[in-house]
Design a binder for this molecule. Sequence first.
Ligand code: MG
Length: 218
Amino acid sequence: MEKKKIPGLPHLQFHNLFCIGRNYVEHAKELNNEVPSQPLVFLKPTGSIIFDGDKIQIPHQSENVQHEVELAVAIDKTGKDIPKEEALEYVGGYGIGIDVTARDIQQKAKEKGHPWTVAKGFDTFAPLSTFVEKDLIEDPQNLHLQISVNNEGRQSDSTKLMIHTVADLIHYLSTIFTLQPGDIILTGTPKGVSAITTGDTIKASLSNGLATISVTVE
Ligand code: MG
């Protein structure tokens, strides 16, 4: 498959799509999950990535597909065992993403101790905005995440509430994986996830329009 360029950061092509689960206390609680002491990591296939104006497809295998709005971080340098203090130097830009989740499939996987790949990885399950160069973002832990469904607000919280900061996550991931240019990290969702259905219009915004995405559900 042809590699996709990261919108807003055209010198980068999408590489791995790392995702973090349970990185906000109130969201972990709303799904009756324990808060992990280390970041909970999973991956989505890059084939799940879609962009502004595209459509989320509801798979026939699920009857409960939900939105999770998240800060997306694009890596633009190769690094392994990156110290926390240097971690933000590896960022090329920030955007807003939606970690679309088949909650019913995920619930069954959790009960059985199975991986989340299917619940998280369907085609179209990773809508991503155009990215903003990192120089325009003073502090990634002081951004506002917002998402609405049919103009009704659903999630609205600050990245101040993250358990593991962006720098923590880059450090932690790089102790396991060599981070590479074009890697994306979806950094976890705050409280307020809810179901989406055919015909819905979903709009997400980073800090009052710094980055935005609008998608519909097919
Ligand atoms: Mg998520």
